[in-house]
Design a binder for this molecule. Structure first.
Ligand code: ZN
Length: 142
């Protein structure tokens, strides 16, 4: 799957979408995508409940806040529902963090966190990437 040296950020792993009501949005996206979500997972540390839809090689991740101080609750307050982040698959997340820092990007949490869907994740601050919250995710061994 691709060369490690020529391609740092591999495929778009998923697009994260902030929603107010996960159950209602699951139904909506089932209609839109023509398939059911394949998992629902709560990430306590992030204050979110997520659901995932497979769309070819990539996925759609719906995110609902589970607490008032969740980053998703704050996002919904400021911007309303919609695209929240774009996640790229990486082979070596620590190498990518170092590379992006050298390139002048601001990394939100320097130590990768355990995210949903068996991933190690880190975010690039949207102020350093044209307003787009970018997630890097590395698949953990099962
Ligand atoms: Zn994500």
């Amino acid at each position: 799957m691709g060369s490690k040296n020529s391609c740092h950020l591999n495929k778009i792993e998923h697009v994260g979408i902030a929603v107010k009501d996960l159950e209602a949005s699951n139904l909506l996206f089932e209609k839109l995508l023509g398939r059911s979500h394949y998992k629902v997972e709560e990430v306590l540390s992030e204050g979110v409940k997520t659901s995932f839809f497979q769309t070819g090689e990539s996925k759609i991740e719906l995110l609902q806040a589970t607490s008032e101080d969740s980053p998703i609750a704050r996002f919904l307050e400021r911007k309303g529902e919609g695209v929240h982040h774009i996640a790229f698959a990486v082979d070596d997340i620590r190498m990518e963090i170092n590379r992006l820092k050298k390139e002048g990007f601001t990394i939100l949490n320097e130590e990768p966190q355990r995210g949903a869907d068996n991933k190690l994740v880190v975010f690039v601050h949207p102020k350093s990437s044209n307003g787009v919250l970018v997630e890097l995710c590395q698949e953990l061994p099962k």
